[in-house]
Design a protein around this ligand. Structure first.
Ligand SMILES: Nc1ncnc2c1ncn2[C@@H]1O[C@H](COP(=O)(O)OP(=O)(O)OP(=O)(O)O)[C@@H](O)[C@H]1O
Ligand SMILES: [Mg+2]
Length: 257
């Protein structure tokens, strides 16, 4: 991969609530952007319970842990999928990785800055919750994408993440991805509810980045350990993700967006 010379667009994918589709969307979005000839680095930022390698049936030789805890060469930790796509796998079941202290976080900054050179887009899939590690990835990234599903608990958790990132970290630019959407009316109502709360109580104007339909092919692809984008390219969720990739691609094309 030759360096493009331009700083990559860094995009965190977060939600507060677990199980709303962050990793499924991050993985498939990475493939969709690579299909659009973007150079993509997918970072598994779920430092305690990494899932990206499992979803892609990867057997990574090295992970973020090997670099942060064992001092290995950062570039050795990348798993190349194709000419346009690389994965930085996370670790699983390593307590020291769950809440990295300030020294480790500063190493992580250097490490990511070093490996992401030459990529157009860096997708950072975060863990659920509002832990320090989750907030770290969200503030490292230039763009914060909040994945929200129609469940009321997802809505309240998404609002809580936005409130913390705005109130404690000074972030004011949020992009929403609605997942598990059954029809256009449901999507509109979900966006309106979250947008109104953010506007009224936090004086924020979160933007709608995309909508992904509820589709059984997503789960089938997780079980098959392949991206649904390639497993069942004609499925409704694949069409949603390709559209989402165009919106994310626009962020990469225009750093001012
Ligand atoms: N659009 C969708 N339609 C149907 N099922 C979906 C959709 N998106 C995600 N899923 C399913 O939801 C489950 C959770 O997805 P995923 O692991 O991507 O969520 P997550 O937010 O990353 O979870 P965690 O917070 O635990 O990391 C999976 O079984 C996945 O197949
Ligand atoms: Mg996940």
């Amino acid at each position: 991969m030759k360096p493009t010379g331009q700083a990559p667009a860094t995009v965190s994918i977060t939600s507060g609530k677990g199980g709303v589709g962050k990793t499924s969307l991050a993985v498939n979005l990475a493939f969709a952007l690579a299909d659009m000839h973007r150079k993509v680095l997918l970072v598994d930022g779920d430092l305690g319970l990494a899932n990206v390698d499992v979803m892609l049936r990867l057997k990574p030789a090295k992970t973020i842990e090997d670099v942060l805890l064992q001092g290995q060469d950062p570039h050795c930790a990348l798993t190349r999928i194709s000419d346009h796509l690389a994965v930085l796998p996370g670790s699983s079941g390593v307590p020291a990785m769950v809440a990295p202290g300030s020294e480790k976080r500063s190493q992580l900054t250097d490490f990511l800055t070093c490996v992401m050179a030459g990529f157009d887009v860096v997708l950072l899939d975060t863990a659920a919750g509002i832990g320090d590690d989750v907030m770290w990835f969200n503030t490292f990234a230039r763009h914060t994408v909040i994945v929200v599903s129609p469940e009321p608990t997802s809505l309240t958790d998404a609002y809580a993440v936005i409130k913390i990132l705005a109130g404690q970290y000074g972030r004011n630019d949020f992009k929403l991805v609605l997942n598990f959407i059954e029809n256009a009316e449901q999507g509109r109502a979900l966006f309106q509810t979250l947008h109104q709360a953010a506007q009224r109580f936090l004086n924020l104007d979160p933007k709608l980045l995309g909508t992904v339909v509820r589709d059984p092919k997503v789960n089938q692809a997780v079980i098959a350990q392949t991206p649904f984008l390639h497993n069942t390219p004609g499925c409704p969720a694949a069409a949603s993700v390709r559209q989402l990739a165009r919106a994310v691609g626009a962020l990469a094309a225009d750093p001012a967006v």
